[in-house]
Write a protein of this length. Structure first.
Ligand SMILES: Nc1ncnc2c1ncn2[C@@H]1O[C@H](COP(=O)(O)OP(=O)(O)O)[C@@H](O)[C@H]1O
Ligand SMILES: [Mg+2]
Length: 411
């Protein structure tokens, strides 16, 4: 929307009054000469030319507190579940400040996410930020749901940004279920919400995570997806006339991504932590996608899900060779690093020689590592597989890893 005669700055709020309807909440997103560009926060109808625009303070202050646990809210903090208004006892408005990077606690502790392959081979550190790279239908939502249910984090904040409405419902009812929901706060903004609302949902889920971190809790933040967040920013930027630069994305998208992601991480010394997973859609397995590229550069690791593995029925379809946790050496003992390397080596060796083995062109005895890889391969894939209802804590994961590698240890 364009308005004239306003003296407001970017980020300010304005109400647009239309006859016979509640006022429409908007945010200032740009200027040109005497024009001010406004973007509605929610879907609008009944808008008329010449409507009166009134600058206003932030319309409502969201209250943060334990009452959010188990609730589902939209991008501006209004409840979406049927459990009535948010009851705020002992709660407070909360503004997150930026943390000086030198004041942040370094990442030294592992976080148990309840997934065997991740705990043992791609260990996540408290305060780490990872990408979950995958195409659609490869098992992202199921994996995020499993982490929500099985992690040892004190609370899980789930941001569902820009997914289809049906998927939001499915995720909450079927994948999370009652138990999962009780450990979580869900912020949902489906694809048909206004783009500003989708941006707000990503920001609000980050802010809720920051709030619980500042209360000293270890928070797991799961954002699905970072790509849709980038696309919402693209819609807004293009609407106010920013030129597209990289594959249709205007430059501001690539400043918005770090702005969001940099807010996760550890707090100041003695405080809590926000460990975060951001899903990134790699359509058509296009790893050159500019959002994927920029995410990979600023995250401390990535878990790649492979369509091929999913098609083989191997879930979670984690491509161990393509995935990496950059903080793993800081949070686990050296022996575990060696075991993880041995595991990857066997897997890679098998995959590289797979065709030869399949047609019987490989002669057993020719290469010791290939022999080991052939013998161990079924155990390696069994080790990665994990059913949706199955949890694997940190100790169990390590034990299983040792058991899988025991026959080839030291040889
Ligand atoms: N751990 C698992 N065990 C069995 N099936 C799984 C598992 N993870 C995913 N799937 C299958 O893959 C399908 C798609 O998963 P989903 O998480 O919805 O994909 P995405 O979110 O990436 O689009 C699920 O409906 C399910 O059938
Ligand atoms: Mg999904």
């Amino acid at each position: 929307m364009e308005a004239v005669g306003l003296n407001v700055s970017i980020g300010n709020h304005c109400l647009v009054h239309v006859q016979g309807k509640p006022p429409i909440e908007t945010e200032v997103v740009g200027f040109q000469n005497e024009l001010t560009y406004l973007m509605p926060v929610q879907k609008v109808n009944g808008l008329q030319p010449g409507a009166r625009v009134q600058p206003c303070e932030h319309t409502q202050q969201m209250q943060f507190g334990e009452h959010l646990r188990g609730r589902i809210v939209n991008g501006i903090g209004q409840p979406l579940d049927m459990h009535g208004p948010l009851q705020a006892n002992n709660s407070q408005p909360y503004h997150s400040g930026t943390i000086n990077p030198l004041e942040r606690e370094p990442i030294t502790q592992p976080l148990d996410v309840g997934i065997r392959a991740i705990n043992s081979l791609l260990t996540v550190g408290r305060g780490q930020r990872l990408g979950l790279f995958a195409g659609s239908g490869v098992g992202k939502s199921v994996l995020l749901g499993m982490m929500t249910k099985f992690t040892t984090a004190d609370i899980v904040v789930v941001g569902l940004v820009g997914e289809r409405g049906r998927e939001v419902k499915e995720f909450i009812e079927q994948i999370l279920g009652e138990d999962g929901l009780q450990r979580a706060v869900v912020v949902a903004s489906p694809a048909d919400d206004a783009p500003l609302m989708r941006l707000r949902a990503a920001q609000l889920s980050t802010q809720i995570a920051e709030y619980f971190r500042d209360q000293g809790q270890n928070v797991l933040l799961l954002m699905d997806s970072l790509t849709r967040y980038a696309q919402a920013q693209r819609e807004i930027a293009l609407a106010v006339g920013e030129p597209p630069a990289t594959k249709g994305y205007p430059p501001s998208v690539f400043t918005k991504i770090p702005e969001l992601v940099e807010r996760a991480g550890n707090g100041k010394k003695g405080g809590g932590s926000v460990t975060a997973f951001y899903t990134v859609l790699t359509e058509g397995d296009d790893l050159q996608d500019p959002v994927a590229d920029s995410a990979r550069a600023i995250l401390d690791g990535h878990v790649v899900l492979s369509r091929q593995l999913a098609e083989e029925g191997l879930y979670p379809a984690i491509d161990i060779e393509a995935s990496i946790s950059r903080v793993m050496p800081q949070v686990v003992p050296q022996t575990q690093i060696q075991h993880a390397q041995k595991f990857k080596q066997l897997l890679a060796r098998y995959r590289a020689n797979r065709d030869l083995i399949a047609i019987g062109a490989y002669k057993p005895g020719a290469d010791k590592t290939i022999d080991q890889a052939i013998e161990r391969f079924p155990h390696l894939t069994d080790f990665i597989s994990q059913g949706m209802q199955q949890s694997a804590n940190f100790a169990e994961s390590l034990q299983s890893l040792n058991a899988v590698l025991a026959p080839v240890e030291g040889k």
